[in-house]
Design a protein around this ligand. Structure first.
Ligand code: PMV
Length: 319
């Protein structure tokens, strides 16, 4: 029996991943670019060689769906694996568009790899984490990370790459928590429906790579205006493909729209703030660290909870 604990941080895509070219391997139809966050993390302990398979979240038996997904992911990592115990906990609510699957599968991959004594490179860990949840492949690094979609059928060239480290740029990301409950429709189902039915999906594919290129340059040059404009364009295009799917996928709530308008108003007053949204109603706002108070007070008029996050570190095996 051997045991390892890993902590991995959530990431939020500034340029979005939406749509798969291979649903088995989670191979994306587009490249994406993300920021890893400091205070949102998952810590996971894997015991390799337990009496029987068991999965616990915060010390309690995990819901069936969650346990099955985690265990079958480990089957894929090592088809000859022994029984395992997985103990996991998040520093933030799960399943609410706050990127828990990204930090969750990154932490599980790292802890399982260390506990099993495997000697994976960070890129190999990213390829493995991607198969648990696409966005997890970006949580293998801190700071800004690019995930190039790759072209190989086996997915070995579809993984994250570090773009700029945690301390590269004094930015903050605020999360306006519109709703912290479970989302009505998961990202996997929503992505597939969008791909199959939205007339805008082809345009989404045709313009995404240029958004990643623009955002990469903007991060390197620390140009918030250029990054913010590419970021908002990416999120509104992604949501437009969802809204035009059949049946339509719509995560927005009235407070989502109120936060969108609040960000536009901040900009009209000269505060550089830009928003992004994922498969959920929450609004995430990127700004200079010096503007955190102004952004926080504007968002607080519409939601009862605003989380302030800073760029975060790479994951770590802690024990
Ligand atoms: O990693 P998944 O399968 O939960 O998909 C994440 C999709 C978005 O959060 C909407 C976008 C992204 O790039 O993270």
């Amino acid at each position: 029996m051997s045991r390892a604990t890993a902590r991995a941080h959530a990431n939020i895509a500034l340029i979005k991943y939406w749509g798969k070219r291979d649903t088995q391997l989670n191979l994306p139809a587009v490249s994406s670019l993300s920021l890893t966050l400091d205070r949102f993390w998952t810590e996971t302990t894997v015991t390799w060689g337990a009496p029987a398979d068991v999965v616990r979240v915060g010390g309690e038996a995990a819901p069936d769906g969650f346990a099955t997904r985690a265990l079958s992911f480990l089957d894929r990592l090592d088809p000859a694996r022994p029984p395992v115990a997985i103990d996991t906990d998040n520093s933030f609510p799960t399943g609410a568009g706050l990127a828990s699957s990204a930090s969750g599968f990154a932490a599980l991959t790292l802890a399982a790899s260390a506990a099993s004594g495997a000697d994976h490179t960070t890129e190999q860990l990213s390829v493995l984490a991607r198969q648990g949840s696409g966005s997890a492949c970006r949580s293998l690094w801190g700071g800004f990370v690019t995930w190039r979609k790759g072209s190989l059928a086996d997915g070995t060239d579809s993984h994250g790459s570090p773009l700029a480290p945690q301390d590269h740029w004094d930015l903050a990301m605020l999360v306006a928590v519109v709703a912290a409950g479970k989302k009505p429709i998961g990202s996997t189902v929503a992505m597939e429906r969008t791909r199959a039915t939205s007339p805008y999906y082809a345009e989404w594919l045709a313009t995404s790579e240029a958004d990643v290129d623009t955002a990469e340059r903007a991060v390197r040059e620390r140009n918030l205006t250029t990054l913010g404009e590419a970021m908002e364009s990416s999120t509104f295009k992604m949501h437009a493909t969802m809204h035009t799917a059949r049946p339509s996928v719509n995560y927005w709530k009235p407070a989502t729209m109120a936060c969108i308008h609040a960000v536009e108003q901040l900009r009209s007053k000269g505060v550089e703030a830009y928003l992004t949204m994922d498969a959920g109603p929450n609004v995430k706002v990127l700004c200079n660290r010096a503007d955190v108070e102004a952004v926080q007070s504007a968002l607080s008029a519409h939601v009862s909870r605003v989380e302030v996050l800073l760029p975060g570190p790479a994951p770590q095996v802690t024990r």
